[in-house]
Design a protein around this ligand. Structure first.
Ligand SMILES: Cc1cc2nc3c(=O)[nH]c(=O)nc-3n(C[C@H](O)[C@H](O)[C@H](O)COP(=O)(O)OP(=O)(O)OC[C@H]3O[C@@H](n4cnc5c(N)ncnc54)[C@H](O)[C@@H]3O)c2cc1C
Length: 506
């Protein structure tokens, strides 16, 4: 690795080029923004993969207060009401702003937004694009706007390896590795982390594999507070066909009458819930996990319910299954719960400020408290747009400082073999069903890996999730403890990295 050079950037440094990062860059104008993207623009981010759309109260008869009530109910007593209020009140304008940039939301003949109904929403409220193409279309419009903005510079293939701090502990930019392996210290007035989720830390995920909770770890390593890290949302039915990441078998298939069966072909959901296949998402995820753990297998049998209609009714599922060599018209689809979203993250206020001066966070890597213990469907693109813009505006107001950052080395990398072992351990012990014995075993494995490789970001984030899950001795929202099944503690969790690890990293 080449020795670091230094660049002073008088503006806002933004780490991550999903909807949150690009929204922050656009909102920071006329202040300059430098956006770092580990992958090419539009690649390697969940934002471009979103299917359903963006929730916002845009139709007659709906109101932000109704959207807020549904969000609070999904959050299972852990939402921050002020964050929910901002999210839902600013939601309609955020969708209109994206439409103004050219995002081709589906429209009614009268010009209004088509709104679809999704799980746990009291009314149709999700603005969509071309059925299931929301993410890619929204990102295309935002990327075009960023390209046209004179205040924004983008660096692709630029991966942040460490945050820089000054003597007072303020964040002063980042140590960045380019595609050729050269390191540059980029010294900036304000730094916004918009690095997305942590799906890649689990063996089965629906998110891009490269998303390893890296921003959360970088923030934790400079002492930022992390909130609600234990709350990881699992999609109950990802297709378990050896693809990594795993494609989704949409919940609409069960709505159409597809059944969940074991390897012997017998349906199993009635053993878990009276509503069987239509039971709440968490119940279905836990049932599938239990069947898999018992070695009985879990398959989604859509042969009778969908059959020959697959290619035109569910083209995305059909294509993904066929690509893996399985014809869902004639064979049941093997399924497994997959990590889909992280409710927890870097604790922020309503303007994206973290607990460390000079550092902001927005989007999935942040925890504003808007999602509580479980995210309401399609509230995450909305959060990225609303809070990304707020963070960008607030960061743009920070004046530049003359202080120099302290010298810093890149955070250690984790070899691929260790990462794969970590992914298996996370799925086994910090997955849909958790207990103290499993979480302690996981933490012991993380300790051993950290002793071998140092505080690599995937290990730091895995530790924060496991420690928070061990500390929460109750079940709530997406966090289920087999040894503490009752809901008893409606208080958000807050943690900072254990001093030993922080000292080691310094
Ligand atoms: C399959 C799928 C379907 C979904 N469907 C929906 C939906 O319909 N509606 C909805 O609201 N939500 C949906 N979600 C969730 C939603 O897409 C995400 O929560 C949201 O897009 C997150 O946006 P973000 O900007 O925070 O992060 P991302 O879009 O994930 O972007 C993260 C960025 O950070 C960069 N990055 C990470 N680490 C570094 C580093 N160290 N250095 C430099 N760059 C870095 C990445 O390269 C990337 O550019 C879905 C998610 C998935 C996976």
């Amino acid at each position: 690795m080449t020795v670091a050079s230094r660049r002073r950037f008088d503006g806002v440094l933004i780490v991550g080029a999903g909807l949150a990062g690009l929204s922050a860059a656009l909102a920071a104008a006329p202040r300059r923004a430098l956006v770092l993207s580990a992958a090419a623009l539009g690649e390697g981010c969940s934002s471009a993969w979103a299917q359903g759309g963006m929730a916002a109260a845009l139709s007659e008869g709906d109101a932000p207060a109704l959207h807020a009530a549904d969000t609070l109910a999904a959050g299972a007593g852990l939402c921050e009401p002020a964050a929910v209020d901002v999210l839902t009140r600013e939601g309609p304008d955020a969708v209109r702003r994206l439409a103004g940039l050219g995002a081709p939301f589906d429209r009614r003949p009268d010009g209004g937004f088509v709104q679809s109904l999704e799980a746990a929403h009291g009314r149709p409220r999700v603005a969509r694009v071309g059925g299931d193409g929301a993410g890619r279309a929204i990102m295309a419009a935002v990327i075009a706007a960023v390209g046209a903005a004179p205040s924004i510079e983008v660096a692709e293939g630029a991966r942040v390896r460490r945050l820089l701090t000054d003597r007072a502990g303020r964040v002063r930019g980042a140590l960045v590795e380019d595609a050729a392996g050269s390191l540059t210290e980029i010294v900036a007035a304000a730094t916004v982390l918009a690095t997305g989720g942590l799906g890649g830390l689990y063996a089965v995920t629906t998110t891009p594999r490269a998303l390893l909770g890296g921003g959360l770890a970088l923030a934790a390593l400079v002492g930022a507070e992390i909130a609600d890290a234990e709350f990881v949302q699992f999609h109950p039915t990802a297709m378990d066909l050896g693809q990594d990441p795993a494609p989704l078998a949409t919940e609409a298939l069960r709505g159409e009458g597809a059944t969940l069966v074991g390897a012997d072909g017998a349906p199993f959901m009635t053993r878990y819930h009276a509503a069987a296949e239509l039971a709440p998402r968490d119940v279905v995820a836990r049932a599938i996990a239990a069947e898999l753990r018992a070695g009985r297998g879990a398959f989604l049998d859509a042969r009778a319910a969908v059959g020959e209609a697959f290619p035109h009714e569910f083209p995305a599922v059909f294509a993904a299954a066929m690509a893996a060599g399985l014809d869902p018209r004639t064979a049941p689809i093997p399924v497994a719960p997959a990590v889909h979203y992280h409710m927890g993250g870097i604790a922020t206020d309503l303007d994206g400020r973290t607990t460390v001066a000079g550092l902001f966070a927005a989007g999935e890597c942040a925890s504003t408290g808007a999602h509580g213990a479980n995210r309401l469907a399609s509230n995450s693109l909305l959060e990225a747009a609303v809070f990304g813009a707020r963070a960008g505006r607030a960061a743009a107001r920070l004046p530049d400082l003359e202080t120099d950052p302290l010298a810093a080395a890149p955070a250690p990398d984790l070899p691929d073999s260790a990462l794969q072992a970590l992914r298996r351990a996370m799925s086994r012990d910090a997955g849909v069903v958790r207990d103290a014995a499993g979480l302690r075993r996981l933490l012991a494995e993380i300790d051993a890996m950290e002793a071998a490789y140092g505080p690599a970001p995937p290990l730091v984030t895995a530790r924060m999730v496991a420690e928070a899950a061990l500390a929460r001795r109750e079940s709530r929202g997406a966090h289920y403890r087999a040894d503490y099944p009752a809901s008893t503690n409606p208080i958000r969790s807050r943690e900072t990295l254990r001093p030993a690890a922080a000292v080691e990293a310094a």
